[in-house]
Design a protein. Structure first.
Length: 356
């Protein structure tokens, strides 16, 4: 049967409209695109290893792959089209290596597939293994998290953080923190108090090995109690291991106070940012003999603090191999005064007090 021209026009118009709608739908949603990961057999891998203290356990790792081909498209507030690299999430459990305390996962850097996925970032960490040892209804709170970014896309949790060249080794101290909350319903949690926030971010473009060693100090416990009523001046009250109580408006424990209580050192000595005010800088002399270009047959030593920073204008006393005694102060670059090569290697190094 031959259909009327008018009927054909209607059908043709409808078909075109349907095709246009489908094209728009598929371009926006990508539902016809194969989004699956298909890492090639020869894909380079990135290995993440966690050295786990017995009181902690590893969290499920969130792995994100991104693609510049399969775009994520949305509309802005003015209806404008906004594109960004598409993303695909995978969740992995770190596997124990034999009977050791090492837990590991290997991730293909090339995610493959039609979208040509690449490894963008990983989010992982540790948490308290048995919160109920602090009470029947105690749950895990937060802390002990790490985010490592391998490309230039924004990570899911904040900015790029600390830039690292090459492989990444992370060693951080953590303390148990029990918090009771009253407003909005009672809860009691055990968290890990560490330097920085819940997650520490690293930007490691060249890393192929990521090693995380949380150093846990279970005996140094801090306890906090939230306000019971909303009132100006009501802050969280922290009780530290030395019995001191602090309610200064902070929402988490003072990490450097905990470090100071554990080590017995002034808090300024424990942070590279505050080290200039440290009353006990614990200098050390590097053993390398540095020949002096201006004085043939003479050389110098470098004196540094425990962070490896040169110590300028620092008093020292050296006894050389030839019995020569040199009592001087370092240059503005942390170097000793020029010494004859006969003093090398040294018999004795003494650091008196800093000159005032």
């Amino acid at each position: 049967m031959v259909k009327p021209i008018s009927s054909l026009k209607v059908e043709t118009g409808f078909t075109r409209l349907l095709s246009f709608a489908c094209v728009m739908f598929f371009s926006l949603s990508g539902c016809r695109q194969d989004y699956s990961l298909a890492p090639p057999a020869n894909s380079e891998t990135i290995t993440v290893t966690v050295k786990l203290p017995k009181e902690l356990k590893t969290e499920t790792m969130w792995v994100m792959y991104r693609s510049p081909i399969c775009k994520s498209i949305r509309r802005g507030p003015s209806g404008q089209r906004m594109e960004r690299d598409g993303h695909q999430s995978v969740y992995k459990e770190l596997e124990r290596q034999g009977e050791s305390d090492l837990y590991q996962v290997k991730l293909p850097k090339d995610g493959g597939g039609a979208c040509r996925w690449h490894l963008a970032n990983v989010t992982f960490g540790v948490e308290y293994a048995d919160p109920t040892r602090f009470g029947e209804n105690v749950t895990y709170g937060a802390g002990g998290g790490v985010v490592v970014i391998f490309d230039y896309n924004n990570p899911p949790r904040g900015g790029f953080g600390i830039k690292v060249d090459g492989d990444l080794t992370i060693k951080k101290d953590y303390y148990p923190w029990i918090h009771e909350r009253f407003i909005g319903g009672y809860s009691k949690t055990i968290s890990l108090a560490g330097e920085g926030g819940i997650y520490i971010n690293y930007h490691a473009l060249q890393a192929r090995e990521v090693y995380f060693e949380p150093i846990f100090h279970p005996a140094v416990l801090v306890v906090s109690e939230g306000a019971k009523i909303h009132k100006v001046g009501n802050f969280i009250k922290f009780t530290y291991p030395d019995g001191s109580v602090v309610a200064d408006g902070q929402s988490k424990p003072d990490f450097w106070k905990l470090q100071s209580l554990r080590t017995g050192r002034a808090r300024e000595c424990l942070s590279v940012w505050q080290y200039e005010r440290c009353p006990d800088r614990r200098p050390r002399l590097l053993p390398e003999w540095i020949p002096s270009p201006e004085k043939p047959g003479f050389g110098q030593y470098l004196i540094v603090d425990e962070w490896g920073n040169a110590l300028p204008i620092y008093d020292y006393r050296l006894v050389g191999a030839d019995g020569r005694i040199s009592r001087e102060r370092t240059t503005n670059k942390g170097l000793t005064q020029p010494l004859p090569s006969s003093v090398h290697p040294l018999r004795e190094v003494v650091f008196p007090v800093v000159w005032k």
